[in-house]
Ligand binder design. Sequence first.
Ligand code: BG6
Length: 475
Amino acid sequence: MRKDFLWGGAIAAHQAEGEWKAGGKGVSVADVLTSGTHEKKREITKGIIEGKNYPNHFGIDFYNTYQEDIKLFEEMGFNGFRTSIAWTRIFPEGDEAEPNEEGLQFYDDLFDELIEKGMEPIITLSHFEMPYHLVEAYGGWRSKKVIDYFVNFAEVVFKRYKHKVKYWMTFNEINNIFNPNDEFFSFVTGGLQYQEQENKQQVMYQASMNQLVASAKAVEIAKALRPDFEIGCMLAFIPVYPYSSNPADVLLAQQEMRSRYFYLDVHVHGEIPNYTKILWEKEKITIDLSEEEIQVLKKGTVDYVAISYYMSNTVSSQKQEEQGASYKSSENVVDNPYLTASDWGWQNDPTGLRYALNELYYRYRKPIMIVENGLGAFDDATNKEVIVDDYRIEYLRNHILAMKQAVDEDGVDVLGYTSWGPIDIVSAGTGEMKKRYGFIYVDQDDYGNGSKKRYKKKSFDWYRETIKGNAENLI
Ligand code: BG6
């Protein structure tokens, strides 16, 4: 493992901060999402409707409690912490010319606090929280105008925090916009909402290209400001396995991986891969992309690849009966009989992390940062002073060991590991509080009721010891 390995945790502004209107903040796409459950999807409302429960409005009140929370992260020995800048604190509507000073000041204070407590801030620019006004007025990322607004936002924050933040990511889970089975993710990732007769693929690819161009422009600006900035892309990396050795399954799995690799191929190589160009032609998809933008893509390539890793998917070329693996990145996904699933249907696969790291590193030869990994679970908090979350410890232990093997035995260059939700936060997918990832329990229910007091779970000590021993003690 690297000497400067970053150990820590990751959150996103909209899932933690709360105070959705404080300091001049505008409404983001996360602010129009109601609460859901595993069985009931979150509703995307047109604006805010009174009487509905919008959990991102309250988060866990991190806006007011960050000092106390960071103290707990310090106790666990974090030397890195990932969060995002809520775009709507800086540009409340997204298309203003001038930024909102109060929002900028909040992140100055937050980053100062992290640095003082020995943590490298690792910052995402866009994490499911674009200004809702950009959706209403421009149709989200389908519009090229949004490229300019994003680039302006990026430039403002790069300039402001250039002496405080070195590690950046442009878009969280950029590939989630491409989710023909789940429009929820196209909305949170790209602000997309479809008309009835519309060709969804056309819209998704255009929005994706707009984001990729915006990302490349941001990289160029950042590098001009401070050449030693580390700017990464970020993918939801769910490796796809073939269900059997049937060559048809193997080929299908390879083809399905392209919905991930397309984004990385552009981010890392600065080029649109041939398999995508052929698909566009076949599907009569026409992309508005100028020669100048093609050149921008070539120049604004990333320094490292960041991933979230929670699970793998398995695909079969034979139609199967409906099965339990509920997180389906395509309709060909079936249960992997060798894996168990979480209560939310995510199939746990630590070995898949080692596999993924190898695939990525030897395909792209860029350092990798694991910026999300964790287990969403129900915790029994009957006695809040003693929350025994052995299932979480087991999940994380196995994944950290798999990462270590990829580093020590396979030679993969991993920059750091920030587990998802080191403190319980609002779930992005379901809006629940009860889907908990934290080492720290937050006394709050799905409706924001509770004392909001923080309690250490059993995993708190375990993670502190893991970091202290640089994971050597896990073997
Ligand atoms: C990733 C997101 O998709 O997974 C996070 O980047 C999210 O924002 C995390 O919270 C876990 O998903 P969920 O739905 O359990 O919160």
